[in-house]
Write a protein that binds this ligand. Structure first.
Ligand SMILES: O=P(O)(O)OC[C@H]1O[C@](O)(COP(=O)(O)O)[C@@H](O)[C@@H]1O
Ligand SMILES: [Mn+2]
Length: 667
């Protein structure tokens, strides 16, 4: 092919060698003039369709049941579609049952098939209703896109049922329904079409970070994400902590275990990820045999459980891993002065005789003075047992197949930030200095700020993970990946310190205070947000920033809408422990072809009640912005890709017609 190119002077005049190669590759996929033309027509028609609906969620923190419900009910959109079709035709009870069936088809069918006296009649009516709901859910997409979303087993039938109903074909239509029931496929069909509806209503899912920690089942959330048809993730500080642990970074491993102990989730760590915690339990029992470890009782342990063997063991493990984490953090901080984290070196500021610590010139009394593993002369040194323990834990994390799979998903679908359809998405902040300019941060001796800083942290983390087998060598990439969890200039965190030590060992609100980067004040300011949008290459007039990380205190009157609507903070406290702070149970930001809508969710009772009592999450929707014209695919990022494809196809068509690229097929 390249030879053809070199021999042909006129070819060389019209095409570069790269374009010639590219067109020949494209010709493999579109081997005839006919196929090129139909693809152009197909793509042109997609450009004129309404854009798909995007859903944004954040700070899931292991709240699997709520997360799963919000996806199943498409943040309230399933119910909205049912209401649109059957506004007065069905009563509330029937609509609620239909909605629950769509959310939990398997579970609901089990109940209904046992209770329903006229099952055949119920199937017939229900199939028809589900098809109607599917129809309105699919109406803005092309037939080809809808077909791609269909469950394989029923693709043909669903396609027929969605498109073929008119007076003439009524009999044909009814006969399909009849035979689904007759051949005993009604249950499978209901499950398939329900999932199809769920999928149609969330065309794209964005997760603005913090999937892990606090709640019990981040592992199940990750399974859902792993199998999702279209999702992206912006890493949160808790996610990167787990990713760093899976990279084999010992300080991060200790951090993951500490938080799991704090929220009484050690069993999940063992059962879901197969992490062997026996070495930690043995070490903790021996080291803290007579220490009550009161400050390390898992939070929210009911008073009647506090003296149980289990609670006592967890507290000892919690303290043991906390001290190990402090030592390992110290090792990284001391080796990386450019991180400027010396204020986090506290083990050497303790007077072990007096039981005090000196912070910012203030001598404060420790609430717990028992440090059997610390050598006051060399407080960061690991004891031989601690070294052995850290190695065993690292082995477990590096070899947990499920954890590694989840972390690979976080890498393949995630990043430190994302621009998508004129929105800029990131979990924490873009570090700013005291004057409000982009803060310069040193990584590996070089200074970065703004977008470049986020890109650099992204790169460092990927390098650290994909070179994790080379643990023999000290890796500064690993150190910087660790930094992202709690470093003052980490875009995933952005507080001047993480006061972990102070929160466990002191009774002093001032010392425990975690001041935030300037960003968190200045994000209220429209001009700052516009500058950030510009920095990331977006049109500041039209674009928005979408943030998580800091719970919005809705109960105290705080609004998730900042900077005159340029920025939205959508951490509404999906995980239970944070609902006290927010007063609600999470937000979904919905971006459809007309508008930006914020759905505010009331607490979710439980999956059991959702299925049995048909208790849905109550969501209040408010319109944030409405477009004057309906937004079409042509206006989106995907639209830009499609337009580029059309351009390439036109060049190919021209090349076929000029005879410079050979038509590859005679068909
Ligand atoms: O609520 P806990 O478990 O005490 O955690 C508090 C810690 O979590 C953090 O808020 C970080 O977690 P988030 O990213 O969820 O905010 C720290 O700043 C703070 O020290
Ligand atoms: Mn966070």
């Amino acid at each position: 092919m390249v030879l053809d190119y070199e021999r042909n002077q006129s070819l060389r005049n019209d095409y570069s060698v790269d374009e010639f190669k590219h067109l020949n590759l494209l010709a493999e996929k579109f081997p005839t003039v006919q196929s090129v033309c139909s693809e152009i027509i197909n793509l042109e028609s997609i450009l004129n369709l309404p854009k798909g609906t995007e859903h944004f969620l954040t700070d899931i923190h292991g709240a699997y049941e709520t997360f799963s419900h919000v996806l199943r009910n498409a943040s309230g959109m399933v119910r909205k579609k049912i209401d649109a079709v059957y506004q007065y035709a069905l009563d509330e009870k029937t609509k609620r049952q239909l909605a629950t069936l769509i959310y939990y088809p398997e579970e609901k069918l089990e109940i209904i098939t046992k209770e329903e006296s006229d099952l055949e009649g119920w199937y017939a009516v229900t199939l028809l209703r589900l098809i109607e709901v599917a129809k309105v859910s699919a109406d803005k997409y092309t037939r080809s896109k809808v077909r791609k979303a269909m469950p394989e087993d029923f693709a043909y039938i669903i396609d027929e049922l969605l498109n073929e109903r008119n007076a003439k074909k009524e009999q044909y239509y009814n006969s399909i329904i009849r035979s689904i029931i007759d051949v005993d496929r009604a249950n499978s069909f209901i499950i398939a079409i329900s999932k199809f509806i769920q999928r149609l209503l969330i065309d794209r899912l964005h997760i603005i970070g913090d999937i892990f920690d606090r709640g019990p089942h981040a592992d199940k959330v990750m399974d859902v994400i792993q199998n999702h048809h279209s999702v992206d993730i912006q890493w949160g500080n808790h996610d990167i902590l787990w990713m760093a642990a899976a990279t084999g970074i010992r300080a991060s491993i200790a951090g993951v275990i500490r938080i799991s102990a704090r929220y009484d989730n050690l069993a999940t760590l063992e059962d879901a990820y197969g992490i062997n915690l026996l070495p930690l339990a043995t070490f903790a029992l021996k080291t803290y045999a007579d220490d009550p470890c009161d400050a390390f009782m898992p939070i929210n342990t009911p008073s009647e459980n506090r003296s149980s063997t289990q609670a006592k063991l967890t507290s000892k493990m919690h303290k043991a891993i906390m001290i190990l984490e402090m030592k390992l953090n110290g090792e990284i901080i001391r080796q990386n002065p450019e991180m400027c984290m010396d204020d986090r070196l506290l083990l050497d500021k303790i007077d072990y005789e007096k039981g005090t610590v000196t912070i910012d010139g203030r001598e404060l009394e420790l609430t717990d003075k028992n440090f059997p593993t610390i050598d006051p002369k060399n407080p960061y040194a690991l004891t031989p047992e601690e070294k052995d323990l850290a190695e065993k834990l690292r082995f477990s994390f590096l070899n947990s197949e499920r954890l590694q799979r989840h972390v690979k998903t976080l890498f393949s679908k995630g990043s430190t930030f994302l621009t998508y359809n004129s929105n800029l998405l990131y979990h924490g902040c873009i570090p700013l200095d005291d004057k409000g300019d982009f803060k310069e941060v040193t990584i590996h001796g070089k200074k970065y700020k703004g977008k470049e800083l986020c890109e650099q942290f992204d790169l460092v983390s990927r390098r650290a993970y994909y070179n994790r087998e080379r643990q023999d060598k000290r890796s500064r990439d690993r150190d910087y990946m660790w930094y992202l969890w709690s470093g003052a200039d980490s875009p995933l965190f952005g507080k001047k310190k993480m006061a972990t030590f102070e929160r466990y060992f002191l009774n002093d609100k001032d010392a425990q205070y975690e001041a935030s980067n300037r960003y968190y004040k200045l994000r209220d300011d429209k001009e700052t947000c516009m500058r950030i949008l510009e920095e990331f290459g977006l049109d500041p007039e039209k674009s928005h920033i979408i943030n998580g990380h800091v719970p919005v205190k809705v109960g105290k009157g705080e609004s998730p809408v900042k900077a005159d609507g340029k920025l939205f903070v959508i951490d509404g406290g999906m995980s239970k422990p944070y609902q006290k702070v927010t007063g609600i149970a999470g937000y979904t930001l919905i971006y459809d072809s007309y508008s930006l809508i914020l759905a505010e969710h009331a607490p979710f009772e439980s999956r059991r009640n959702a299925i049995q009592e048909e208790i849905d999450i109550v969501s209040t929707r408010s319109m944030l912005e409405r477009a004057t014209d309906r937004i079409l695919v042509g206006d989106t990022d995907n639209g830009i890709d499609i337009k580029n494809q059309i351009q390439d196809l036109n060049r190919l068509l021209e090349a076929y017609r000029k005879g410079v690229v050979k038509v590859k097929s005679v068909k």
